[in-house]
Design a protein around this ligand. Structure first.
Ligand code: NAD
Ligand code: WQD
Length: 342
């Protein structure tokens, strides 16, 4: 599946959760990795975890996407063949309180990156988008032709805006090769337990919160609503193992080599699980009691979303391999050995 020849890949946001897992897969496939990250939501130590798994510590450029000269210098110095662009802010709640911060960091920062790529004549890009661009789905599962843009918060809107910028960029410059990956809900950790999710403060997302309940940092999971039109009334999502998600990026790079152009793919499992399914799976994988309490709905949440993954399977030759049990098992082995993260 991942048989592309060795390349030098610039990974923006490579010290973060999905970035570190993707660095592992890139290095194991024989690529050279340069990480560009301002460490605003990660630590340099995360790359030591990458080194413990792979034997290679990626070079880290500590710099900000909003600093165009730093980007230009990085391209001049390292001469990458391609870019995987993870860097960005991702907290939905924070984006509602600080929308300009999100547009500045994610949208303006991405434009700087594309400008530095243009100057350096690097035209191969994989971009981290999100199922959030679909808003509240009309039909399930969601395929890539579903309408996009009806997002309910500034974070989601930055993803939509960057997608639109990339569409235009490709239309005006068809020699750019761009893969836009719409992730569903990435969870879990590398099976080694060396790297995992290290959220700052109290996590907004379900799995890291459940992990923190399991180690006693919180007394219960607050389940946001049990009156949705779903089998048990709680929200349903397409949870996806982060290592499966990481290999999706290699498949995308591979595809850009064999079939240049602009492409959009959902990366999910195609299965929907409820909040109570996740709590039960985690209890079973960890052997820990997970107390929970039903609370009112969280504003902006949708009832259910899961992916139609057939396009990624057909065009990228990629399919998620790990199930919910493995996601919980790996999240738990990371959490119990890293009570305070990296
Ligand atoms: P993360 O916060 O762990 O990683 C993002 C990294 O980008 C961090 O290391 C952070 O320090 C860095 N960064 C942020 N702004 C930067 C800037 N201006 N300059 C340089 N570095 C900067 O997040 P993640 O979960 O690994 O997400 C990676 C990407 O995937 C993000 O673009 C996110 O929006 C997208 N995504 C994440 C999820 C999810 O649930 N985790 C789902 C869909 C899409
Ligand atoms: C999952 C389910 C909650 C926490 C978010 C972003 C999305 C994407 C992925 C980046 C929902 C419920 C949660 C808790 C709960 N990120 N829940 N108690 O909302 O599907 O997606 O992350 O692009 O853009 O919006 O993920 O993990 O927050 O919630 O009951 O303490 O768990 O209501 O049903 P979500 P999540």
């Amino acid at each position: 599946m991942n048989d592309l020849s060795a390349n030098k890949i610039l990974v923006t946001g490579g010290a973060g959760y999905i970035g570190t897992h993707t660095c592992v897969e890139l290095i194991e496939a024989g690529h050279e990795v340069i990480v560009f990250d301002n460490l605003c939501n990660s630590k340099a130590e995360a790359l030591l975890g990458v080194e413990r798994i792979t034997g290679v510590r990626p070079e880290l450029v500590v710099a900000d996407l909003r600093d165009l000269p730093a980007l230009i210098e990085t391209f001049e110095k390292h001469e990458p063949d391609a870019v995987i662009h993870f860097a960005g802010l991702k907290a939905v709640g924070e984006s509602v309180n600080h929308p300009l911060r999100y547009f500045q960091n994610n949208v303006a920062g991405s434009i700087n990156l594309f400008e530095a790529m243009r100057k350096a004549n690097v035209k191969k890009l994989v971009f981290s988008s999100s199922c959030t661009v679909y808003g509240s789905p009309k039909t399930l599962p969601i395929d890539e032709n579903a309408p996009v843009g009806n997002t309910s918060n500034p974070y989601g809107h930055t993803k939509y805006m960057i997608e639109q910028i990339l569409r235009e960029l490709h239309q005006c410059n068809p020699d750019w090769n761009i893969s836009i990956l719409r992730y569903f809900n990435p969870v879990g950790a590398h099976a080694s337990g060396e790297i995992g999710e290290d959220p700052h403060g109290v996590p907004e997302n379900l799995m890291p919160y459940v992990c923190q309940v399991a180690v006693g940092k919180h007394d219960r999971v607050r389940v946001w609503g049990n009156d949705y039109d779903t089998p048990d009334g709680t929200g349903v999502r397409d949870y996806l193992h982060v290592s499966d998600l990481a290999t999706g990026h290699l498949s995308a790079l591979n595809k850009l080599d064999s079939n240049p152009g602009l492409m959009f793919h959902n990366l999910g499992t195609g299965n929907g699980y409820s909040v109570l399914d996740v709590i039960e799976a985690f209890r079973s994988a960890s052997g820990q009691d997970i107390n929970y309490e039903i609370m009112p709905r969280r504003p902006g949440d949708i009832a259910a979303v899961w992916a139609d993954t057939s396009l990624a399977e057909k065009e990228l030759g990629w399919k998620a391999e790990r199930g919910l049990e493995e996601m919980c098992r790996d999240a738990w082995s990371w959490q119990k050995n890293h009570l305070n993260g990296f």
